[in-house]
Write a protein that binds this ligand. Sequence first.
Ligand code: NAD
Ligand code: UFG
Length: 331
Amino acid sequence: MRILVTGGTGFIGSHTCVALLEAGHSVIIVDNLSNSKREVVSYIEQITGQTVLFYELDVTDAVAVEAIFVKHDIDGVVHFAGLKAVGESVEKPLIYYKNNLLSTMVVAEACIKYGVERFVFSSSATVYGNNLVPFEESMPLLPTTNPYGETKAMNERILTDIVKANPNLAVSLLRYFNPVGAHESCLIGEVPNGIPNNLMPYMTKVAKGEFAQLRVFGDDYPTVDGTGVRDYIHVVDLAEGHVAALEKLTAGVHVYNLGTGCGTSVLELVKAFEEANAIQVPYEIVARRPGDIASCYADSTKAKKELGWVAKRDIVAMCRDSWKFEKEYID
Ligand code: NAD
Ligand code: UFG
């Protein structure tokens, strides 16, 4: 298949492009480079030995997006393009609602107009709100604590309504848990802008000596050791989940959790990182971070049963590859 990948130079998009190419598909990337670099295209080509078409454009620009659908015979879309910083979304809600909702509407509209029936959307476990873990796809969407999370829930509803009106469309809503790690080549990985918000990229910078210590946000949650529990997933596994979802798509809306099904606490992750890499991570316990929930992990049986996909890489591989990328990646 020829797949249009929006946001394809980003963290998850770039790994998914590699997985798609390795599975025999061809890839066209569109990205406005607001949170990624053009060089990623050549890194994807270097890893796979294949050519990738790239267009620098904003997917909220309907005219620019339509021109891509006119020029290329597209079989499916994987829509990653979006803004994702939770804190920033609280400060700049309008920018988040505009970018994250309009981009989906523009791309979906072009799909309908040009008869492209396969559409895979990057959603998030955040749409489960404070449902009880493990999260199952059948659970109701609950309010999230920030505009970023709301855009994911709204996009899911928009796409569901579009499918009701266009029953030939085949849409997969993929709810990601906490992606970490990087491609083994260290050519692609997560390169956060400024100070990282997320645990793993912050921890690798502490290990490198860029920050003195990790701040562990709260040790009084009702979890195994009081620290927050999350379902960390290797980004290469996550990328492979997209290929499975795309290849298995049938008409209608399908929702899948892409997680490992295992919860790991902050302190368990620190310990695993120290052991996997034989390096110390100094930390201090500080107050809870506003908006955080105690536990977030997937029931991943639906993806296994229907897509034949399971995450294969364990927490040791995630810690090892995250650290290797931090040490070897040249910005
Ligand atoms: P990323 O920022 O690395 O990638 C997103 C890409 O989209 C970037 O390259 C950015 O330049 C591009 N982009 C943003 N707005 C655009 C626009 N209007 N037009 C064209 N390009 C645009 O983020 P990521 O971690 O790879 O996440 C990809 C998707 O997965 C996002 O939708 C994100 O919300 C979702 N997601 C990520 C996580 C996570 O923890 N990383 C978790 C759940 C869901
Ligand atoms: N944490 C720390 N110290 C840090 C950073 C994080 O203790 O410096 C803790 C958090 O309190 C939480 C855990 O580590 O308990 C994971 O936090 P992250 O910021 O890495 O990830 P979140 O689970 O908060 O959020 C991530 C993405 C969201 C997405 C969500 C889906 O950033 O975009 O997963 O589950 F919506």
